[in-house]
Design a protein around this ligand. Structure first.
Ligand code: G6Q
Length: 543
C-alpha cells in the first residue's frame, strides 16, 4: 500500500492547509452567503450542516482526490460483497446484512447466502419477544416477566444501552430494562435489590461467551435465581446471545432462548443482531424493525451515492482533514437531546476501537494521525462543564452537535431552549469574539473575554429521535469510521488492544487473589505492578 505521505493528493492537501491557515471561518461565511446551502446535505429526516468546518470547495475537491487514490469505492464494494476485509481475523464484515430487510435480497459469503439464517434468527427473536411481552413466556413460578437485565460489556452493552435510552418513548412501562456490565458486584447488587426474581429475565449477551466480566455477572445472576427459585428455574429466567451456542446451553439455558450471532459481526457493530433482544422485548419487534430500516436507508445511500454526494464519506473526509491537516486530534459528540445522552459512549467505542490503530493492513506505520480521541456527553450538561475548554482551550476540538427538531411527546418551550443553546454554541465556536467586540470590560479583563473562534463544528439535525433516525445516525457513524479506516489503510474491524486487556487480566488474576500461584504470576512483573499487588493484598486483609 502506498504511503499516505507519498500520495500527490496528500501533498496537495498539506499545501492547501497552509494557504487556509490564516483564514477565519467568519471570512468564509462573509464571502459566501450561500455557504450553508452549498455545504449542507439533507437525507430523509436528517440534515447535516458541515459549513462551519474550515473547508472550501477546493478542500472538498482535494479530499475527493484522496478518496479516489485510496480506492474508497472499491473498499466499500468489497465490504458489501462479503469479502474478508477484516484480514487480521480473516473475517467478513457484514453488519449491513443484519439490517437488510428486502425479502428477496441475497448476501453471499464464501458462496453461501447468509440472509436465510439472518431472517430465521429475526423470526425467532420476534416470536420469543412476543411471548415474553404477552406473558406467555413466564418465569418458573408462572409470573410474567416484568424485568429484563442485559448482562454484557463493550459491544454487547454500549450499543443496546444507547439505543434503549433513545427509544425510551417506545418502551413498555411495565417491563423494566437494566444493563449490567461492571464486574464490581456493586452494580448488579444495586439492580437486583429492586427486582422480583420470579419476574426477572436475564439476557447474557456475549459473542464469545468467555468474557470474564460478563461471565462473572452471569454467574452472580444465576446464583441469585437458584437461591430464590431453585436450580430448575434457570432455563425460564435466562436467555443468551452468542456465537458459542453450546457454551450457553451448558450454562443451563433452554435452547429456545439462545440466539446465535456470527463471527462476521463485530461486537461494536452488533446492535442490529440478536444483541438487540432487550430492545425488542422492551419496544416490540416493529420498533426494532424501524431501527433496522433507518440503518438500511443509510446503507443504501452509502453503498450507491457517488462519494462527493455521500454523507458518511463527506463527514469522514472532513474528519481526516481536521485530524491530519489541521492537527486536531480529538472530537466531541454533543447530543442536545436527553434521549441521545448515551450516544457519545457508543460512538466513542465504535470509533476509537475501530480506528485507534497505528499500523496499516500491511503492518507498516500509518504515518498520519488515525482515529481521534472521541468524548462527549449530553450537550446541555456538557455546556456547563467542559465547553469552557472547547471555547478557549489551546487545543481545538471539532464537535458534532446532534439536535432533534421535535420531542416525542412534549413539544413545549424546552425544545426551543435546547435548539437555541445548541445553535448559539456552534455560532460562538465559529465566530469567536474579538477584543474590539468586548464591551464594558476593564482593559485587563479583555484578554479573558476574547474567543478566537474558527473552531469547527458539524450539526446533525434530525426531525425527532425515532427508531428510524436512531438507526440512520448509528449507521452514518459506522460508515464514516469505515471510510476513515480505508483512507488510513488500517483494519477497522479488529481490536487487539481489547484482546490484550483480556489476556493480561487473566495472567494477573492468580497474583491478586493471593493463591498458591501468586509468586509465579508475579515473577516477570515490573516493580510497580508487583508493589501494587502487595499493597492490595495487605489492604484487603485489613478489616
Ligand atoms: C467490540 C469488542 C469488545 C467486545 C467485548 C465483549 O467490538 O470486540 O468491546 O464487544 O469485549 O465481548 P463478548 O461479546 O465476546 O463478551
Amino acid at each position: 500500500m502506498t504511503d499516505l505521505a507519498a500520495l500527490p493528493a496528500w501533498d496537495a492537501l498539506t499545501a492547501h492547509a497552509a494557504t487556509l491557515r490564516g483564514v477565519h471561518l467568519r471570512t468564509l461565511f462573509a464571502e459566501d452567503p450561500d455557504r450553508f446551502a452549498r455545504l449542507s446535505f439533507a437525507f430523509g429526516p436528517l440534515l447535516a450542516d458541515y459549513s462551519k468546518n474550515r473547508i472550501t470547495a477546493e478542500t472538498l475537491g482535494l479530499l475527493s482526490e484522496l478518496a479516489a487514490a485510496r480506492n474508497v469505492e472499491s473498499a466499500r464494494a468489497a465490504m458489501f460483497a462479503g469479502q474478508r476485509i477484516n484480514r487480521t481475523e480473516n473475517r467478513a464484515v457484514l453488519h449491513t446484512a443484519l439490517r437488510n430487510r428486502d425479502a428477496s435480497s441475497v448476501q453471499p459469503l464464501d458462496g453461501t447466502d447468509v440472509m436465510p439464517e439472518v431472517r430465521a434468527v429475526r423470526d425467532r427473536l420476534k416470536a420469543f419477544s412476543e411471548k415474553v411481552r404477552a406473558g406467555a413466556w413466564t418465569g418458573a413460578t408462572g409470573a410474567p416477566i416484568r424485568h429484563v437485565v442485559n448482562i454484557g460489556i463493550g459491544g454487547s452493552h454500549l450499543g443496546p444501552m444507547a439505543v434503549a435510552a433513545a427509544l425510551e418513548d417506545y418502551r413498555r412501562a411495565d417491563i423494566s430494562l437494566d444493563f449490567v456490565s461492571n464486574p464490581d458486584r456493586a452494580q448488579i447488587d444495586d439492580v437486583l435489590k429492586r427486582l422480583d426474581p420470579a419476574a426477572t429475565l436475564f439476557i447474557i449477551a456475549s459473542k464469545t461467551f468467555t468474557t470474564v466480566e460478563t461471565m462473572a455477572n452471569a454467574h452472580l445472576a444465576k446464583d441469585w435465581i437458584v437461591a430464590r427459585l431453585g436450580a430448575g428455574a434457570v432455563p425460564k429466567h435466562f436467555a443468551a446471545i452468542s456465537t458459542n451456542v453450546d457454551a450457553a446451553v451448558t450454562f443451563g439455558l433452554s435452547p429456545d432462548a439462545v440466539f446465535p450471532m456470527w463471527d462476521w459481526v463485530g461486537g461494536r457493530y452488533s446492535v442490529w443482531s440478536a444483541i438487540g433482544l432487550p430492545l425488542i422485548i422492551g419496544c416490540g419487534y416493529e420498533v426494532f424493525d424501524q431501527l433496522l430500516a433507518g440503518a438500511e436507508a443509510m446503507d443504501r445511500h452509502f453503498e450507491t451515492a457517488p462519494l462527493e454526494q455521500n454523507l458518511p464519506a463527506i463527514l469522514a473526509l472532513i474528519g481526516v482533514w481536521n485530524i491530519d491537516h489541521l492537527g486536531m486530534a480529538a472530537t466531541a459528540i454533543l447530543p442536545y437531546d436527553h434521549r441521545l445522552r448515551l450516544f457519545p459512549a457508543h460512538v466513542q467505542q465504535m470509533d476509537m476501537e475501530s480506528n485507534g490503530k497505528n499500523v496499516t493492513m500491511d503492518g507498516a506505520a500509518v504515518g498520519a494521525g488515525t482515529g481521534p480521541i472521541v468524548f462527549g456527553g449530553g450537550g446541555s450538561d456538557s455546556q456547563h462543564s467542559f465547553f469552557q475548554s472547547l471555547h478557549q482551550g489551546p487545543r481545538i476540538v471539532p464537535c458534532d452537535f446532534i439536535i432533534a427538531a421535535r420531542g416525542r411527546g412534549a413539544n413545549d418551550k424546552s425544545r426551543d431552549l435546547l435548539m437555541a443553546n445548541a445553535l448559539a454554541q456552534t455560532e460562538a465556536l465559529m465566530k469567536g469574539r474579538t477584543a474590539a467586540e468586548v464591551t464594558g470590560a476593564a482593559a485587563d479583563l479583555v484578554p479573558h473575554k476574547v474567543f478566537t473562534g474558527n473552531r469547527p463544528t458539524t450539526t446533525l439535525l434530525i426531525d425527532e429521535v425515532s427508531a428510524y433516525t436512531t438507526g440512520m445516525l448509528i449507521a452514518l457513524y459506522e460508515h464514516k469510521v469505515f471510510v476513515q479506516g480505508v483512507i488510513w489503510g488500517i483494519n477497522s474491524f479488529d481490536q487487539w488492544g481489547v484482546e490484550l486487556g483480556k489476556e493480561l487480566a487473566k495472567s494477573l488474576e492468580p497474583a491478586v487473589s493471593g493463591g498458591p500461584h501468586m509468586e509465579k504470576a508475579l515473577e516477570t512483573r515490573d516493580s510497580s505492578t508487583a508493589g501494587l499487588v502487595a499493597v492490595y493484598l495487605k489492604a484487603k486483609e485489613t478489616p
